[in-house]
Design a protein around this ligand. Structure first.
Ligand code: ADP
Ligand code: MG
Length: 402
């Protein structure tokens, strides 16, 4: 796999480089950026290219538009902050490969940066039909002399700007993709032990699949957040109105058995913070993990669980964490996530490799006042890192080795 270091060895004056970045930042109701982590992570690769003399065309997506322009998914709101972080004025094209993109790209000079509108405004980007993706990739590739893949958050997707464009241009792994893959390799190849994996968040079905594979490598699996209740249900407990994937109860029961057979510890919450519904309007109470009232919803792991989880993390040499322990956006349900974050910080200070993956998990640690350098690595790609740990091929990485 060629990397950006190979590319910037040459003088790039007069060359145009297409960079796939991940600029999919969370926006609030007024379309202000609420966490600019992904923008900051995208800067070093682009800067390395402009410093080598290249003009850079950045392509990215935001949210999930359905193959047509939709104002609420425009990338326009990131331009000002992106320009500020890059230290250059980014010129913005109001379409992806249309007239405005051609105008903006045509006007680019050495060392300048352009950003094209949301790739997913074009149906070719995510099409399942090879020829449709290919046609869009042809148009993107026509803008540039080389392609740099740096959008780690999308490398598990076989999409035009991730996969197909690499078959049409000399291609290189960007610095961010390179760094992310290095960290993931350290998690899968002989991780230092004990190795704990902490899973939470809301995408229960998506995240269950990784557990089967993790049981082969991890020593401890800590399960909190919305993930926990399907496991508690598998143990036969009432979970009330909590997030539950009823179809996966049997799968969870099987995992609990397999874990015993593998000698892997699965740690579930022993207490839970509950409320009548998904709100902090109250009344809020703490109940035992096996005693959630039928009319209540679990919205955070309880204080005893916070301590238990922390004690299973601090002595580890490797920790991977994906998914908040509760609905941390509401402060009464943020304590469990805080305990886990604090335990990772302590493990990091003792020399452990700690990795935080997942958009909301990264946003949570920042919202709770932690800084990025208190952790070993904050991944920009939750889905991509989970699929890697699940043992799946990542098309956007594999294609870079061809
Ligand atoms: P990530 O983006 O880190 O991969 P997810 O997207 O899977 O994480 O989940 C994050 C969301 O999970 C947060 O918005 C949080 O409010 C929600 N969440 C966590 N615990 C619960 C819970 N017990 N019930 C409902 N939602 C929860
Ligand atoms: Mg999320």
């Amino acid at each position: 796999m060629k990397t950006i270091e190979d590319l910037v060895k040459d003088d790039l004056h007069g060359k145009r480089v297409l960079v796939r970045s991940d600029l999919n930042v969370p926006l609030d109701a007024d379309r202000n950026i609420s966490d600019d982590g992904r923008l900051r992570a995208s800067v070093p690769t682009i800067t390395a290219l402009t410093q080598a003399g290249a003009s850079v065309i950045v392509v990215a997506h935001l949210g999930r538009p359905k193959g047509a322009p939709e104002e609420k998914f425009s990338l326009q709101p990131v331009v000002a902050r992106f320009s500020e972080l890059l230290g250059v004025d980014v010129s913005f094209a109001t379409d992806t490969v249309g007239e405005d993109a051609q105008r903006v790209v045509g006007a680019l000079k050495d060392g300048e940066v352009a950003l094209l509108e949301n790739l997913r405004f074009n149906p070719g980007e995510t099409s399942k039909v090879d020829a449709e993706r290919g046609a869009f990739a042809d148009q993107l590739a026509a803008f540039a002399d080389a392609f740099v893949s740096d959008g780690f958050g999308v490398v598990h997707r076989k999409q035009a700007s991730v996969y197909d464009v690499a078959t049409r241009l000399p291609h290189y792994a960007g610095g961010l993709v390179g760094a992310e893959v290095e960290v993931l390799k350290r998690l899968t190849r002989e991780p230092a032990r004990p190795y704990a994996v902490v899973l939470g968040g809301a995408k229960v079905a998506d995240k269950l699949a990784v557990i089967e594979n993790l049981m082969k490598t991890a020593d401890r699996l800590l399960i909190g957040g919305g993930m926990a209740y399907t496991f508690l249900a598998a143990k036969g407990y009432e979970v009330g109105k909590s997030l539950l994937d009823a179809e996966k109860i049997e799968t969870c029961a099987r995992y609990l058995e397999q874990a015993q057979a593998h000698g892997v510890e699965i740690i579930l919450p022993v207490d839970t913070v509950v409320a009548p519904d998904f709100s902090d309007a109250g009344p809020i109470q703490v109940v035992d993990g096996d005693a959630i009232p039928a009319d209540q919803m679990g919205l955070d792991i309880g204080p005893k669980s916070g301590e238990l989880f922390a004690s299973k993390i601090v002595d580890c040499k490797t920790v991977f964490w994906n998914g908040p322990m509760g609905a941390f956006e509401m402060s009464p349900f943020a304590a469990g996530t805080h305990s886990v974050a604090q335990a990772l910080v302590e493990a990091t200070a003792h020399g452990a490799l700690t990795v935080v993956g997942g958009g909301d998990s990264a946003a949570a640690v920042r919202q709770l006042g932690f800084s990025d350098d208190q952790f070993g690595h904050i991944s920009t790609g939750g889905g991509a890192s989970l699929e890697f740990l699940e043992g799946k091929d990542l098309p956007g990485i594999d294609i870079l080795s061809t």
